[in-house]
Write a protein that binds this ligand. Sequence first.
Ligand code: HEC
Length: 189
Amino acid sequence: MSIYRKLFGAGITAAAAGVIAVGLTAGVAHGQTMKPCCDDTSVNYSKDLWSALAKAGLAGSAARADTPYKGQAPHGAILETLQSEVAVGDHKGKVIVKRNYGGKGVSVDAVKGDRTKFIKAVTVMYKREAGYDKDNNNWFWAKYKPDGSLFTNPKGMMLAGRVMKGADKGCIACHAAVKDKDYIYGKQN
Ligand code: HEC
């Protein structure tokens, strides 16, 4: 599948969530036993990660402001991306936090004026310890609501962990188009 179909075929976040569900069903149908994501361990880890992000001023009500910019599908109309390092337990790793803004009247200036009003989701990539997911550069993926709880796909699976590893849609599949840049689309600092 071409990168363009991967990027723009999904269109909007809701549509992307829909295709994630299809991918998962396919994985289960093939007799996959390992849980790639969304299990209790991943959900609990996502809570610890959120606490670390909140403490570091990267998420939550006290999150520090950066520079919002116009985003591209599927993540949202206006985005704000922060890169840092945080510790979860005794592991310290790189983290990329992307705040996704949308809603009626959203614009870069509107977001700067009132982030709380327009925030829709916080998507995170966190570099875990070696061996966590060696096929996909050990990223932990999560899609949070602004209050730190997790988004679910239409099947009710919590979006945290090796999100839809092995499926042909979802976080890992789409970001794999930029595998040679460590799965990161944006600029790295
Ligand atoms: C259909 C393709 C697609 C899917 C699915 C997708 N992303 Fe992305 N993601 C992108 C693109 C394109 C960007 C760059 C957006 C920008 O900054 O304008 C991006 C950016 C990001 C970034 C900022 C780092 C970077 O790569 O620039 C994070 C973090 C992120 N996505 C997390 C996630 C998570 C978590 C999921 C799953 C819940 C997910 N993404 C699903 C395409 C996708």
